[in-house]
Design a protein around this ligand. Structure first.
Ligand SMILES: [Zn+2]
Length: 66
């Protein structure tokens, strides 16, 4: 059994502490895009990369702790 549970993470600090950040811009523009914001480093973007737990662990190993 494999649990393909994917989540979004911050491409800058690799934190999983990401939340939706509905900006006034997107609301005013009538768009359904929610911005995402990293609660750890404050980085925000329209799209955050999404990964499964397995892929994420691999990525972390590759990059290493700083
Ligand atoms: Zn971050």
């Amino acid at each position: 059994m494999t649990k393909e549970k994917s989540f979004q993470f911050c491409p800058k600090c690799l934190s999983k502490d990401v939340s939706n950040d509905p900006s006034l811009e997107s609301i005013a523009g009538g768009q359904l895009f929610n911005k995402h914001k990293c609660n750890k480093c404050g980085y925000s973007a329209l799209l955050f990369p999404e990964m499964t737990e397995e892929e994420y662990e691999k990525l972390k190993e590759k990059i290493g702790e700083k």
